[in-house]
Design a protein around this ligand. Structure first.
Ligand code: CP3
Length: 363
């Protein structure tokens, strides 16, 4: 529609499109870099805002979300900003209650008990009207970024979201959620489909609002293994990518690069590479050379330094980054950690990481 065209073209011109170029497989002057959880508690300026507001209130207040999204970019020369939000806003939009408890993480007071509880969920098509605050945060942040970095929107992948909806909190074994896959196969597919439909609406809405790249977090891939992944994760990751791309095209918007991050899913990299995601996130357990072998020459890879390497001294960080960049190569590569920042990390060590990427990847 004309409205959307005016909207998208009304954003500031890109001054730095390094990440966008790399995601499309184009040549870059240096490897683009950002890190998962770059906005978070390791930054004193984040803790200051967080001390005054509840976590989900921050997500729901566009000015606060924008403020903390931009905080790491004021400190480090990052090539992307990832919008401050959480993957669990989808279960919330489907009608479930989620609390963020300090020291404990996310908790669902009433997780799904069995297939009969699926009837309690809101229709997936309606879910996104409740997430307008994310769209507003994206639009505001895209303007405030002034083209200096690429804006990333995101969602959780259906299996990862399903696992939280059933477990109700983090779990070492995911045995309740995996129990569904074996006991309630049909209901599991029904739930995964509901989450997929809501997620497609949500991601397309993020693009309309100004997101320039989308990342889908399959953070709990490690619990599945090749067979379960093929039945319960892969088809839904495929639907999300195919449908988002199709709908974005139908709206007359430019094609959007998509990143899939199957954390702990080394066993599934070949299958994942058959999907249309341009970029595949690699965790630190996979050697870059093996990752490239598994996904083939055309995919863009993202990752994968062990986040805990940031506990070492700055000289060791530099050496580790040099090795990582050499192994991945300068083309079709986005530098990142193999998972997110932890709250006790030293911001200066992240600075060393970013600086090392730039130093070792300039042409
Ligand atoms: O900087 C960014 O990466 C953007 C914001 C972002 C958050 N969560 C903010 C957050 C993103 C992209 C996420 C995604 C997310 N959320 C994932 C996928 C990525 C991953 O880690 O695998 C998952 C599994 C969640 C669910 C979630 N949210 C958990 C398990 C936790 C608790 C862990 C922790 O670090 O405490 C959260 C909380 C959360 N999400 C925080 C932040 C900044 C910390 C909470 C706080 O401030 O109290």
């Amino acid at each position: 529609t004309p409205d959307i065209f005016v909207f998208q073209s009304g954003f500031p011109a890109m001054v730095n499109d390094r990440l966008l170029r790399a995601a499309r497989g184009e040549e870059v002057d240096q490897v683009p870099v950002w890190v998962m959880r770059q906005a978070g508690r390791y930054l004193p300026e984040f803790r200051e805002v967080r001390a005054k507001h509840d976590f989900f209130t921050m997500c729901q207040t566009p000015s606060l979300s924008c403020q903390v999204t931009l905080q790491p970019l004021d400190r480090f020369p990052l090539d992307a900003a990832i919008i401050f939000s959480d993957i669990l806003v989808i279960p919330q939009a489907l009608g479930m209650e989620v609390e963020m408890r300090p020291g404990e993480g996310p908790v669902f007071p009433s997780p799904l008990r069995g297939p009969e509880d699926l009837s309690l969920l809101a229709p997936p098509g309606d879910a996104c009207t409740k997430l307008k605050y994310v769209f507003d945060a994206l639009t505001l942040t895209r303007k405030e970024l002034k083209g200096k970095a690429t804006l990333i929107g995101f969602s959780g992948a259906p299996w990862t979201i399903m696992a939280y909806m059933i477990e109700g909190k983090g779990s070492k074994t995911m045995s309740n959620a995996k129990g569904w896959l074996y006991k309630h196969r049909e209901a599991s597919h029904k739930l995964l489909k509901i989450i997929t439909d809501a997620t497609v609406h949500y991601l397309v809405g993020q693009v309309q609002a100004g997101a320039q790249v989308l990342q889908v977090f399959e953070s709990h891939a490690e619990h599945l293994g090749p067979q379960l992944f093929r039945e319960f994760a892969l088809p839904y990751l495929k639907q999300i990518c195919d449908q988002v791309k199709e709908q974005v095209q139908r709206l007359g918007l430019p094609d959007i690069p998509m990143i899939v991050f199957p954390k702990g899913g080394h066993y599934a990299l070949k299958d994942v590479a058959a999907l249309k995601y341009e970029v595949i996130g690699i965790d630190w357990t996979v050697d870059p050379t093996l990752a490239r072998e598994l996904v083939g020459p055309t995919k863009v890879l993202q990752g994968n330094l062990d986040p805990c390497a940031l506990y070492s001294d700055q000289k060791s960080i530099d050496a580790a980054v040099k090795d990582m960049v050499q192994k991945f190569g300068r083309r079709r590569y986005i530098a990142n950690l193999g998972h997110g920042m932890y709250p006790d990390m030293n911001p200066d060590h992240l600075a060393a990481f970013v600086q090392a990427v730039q130093k070792h990847s300039k042409d």
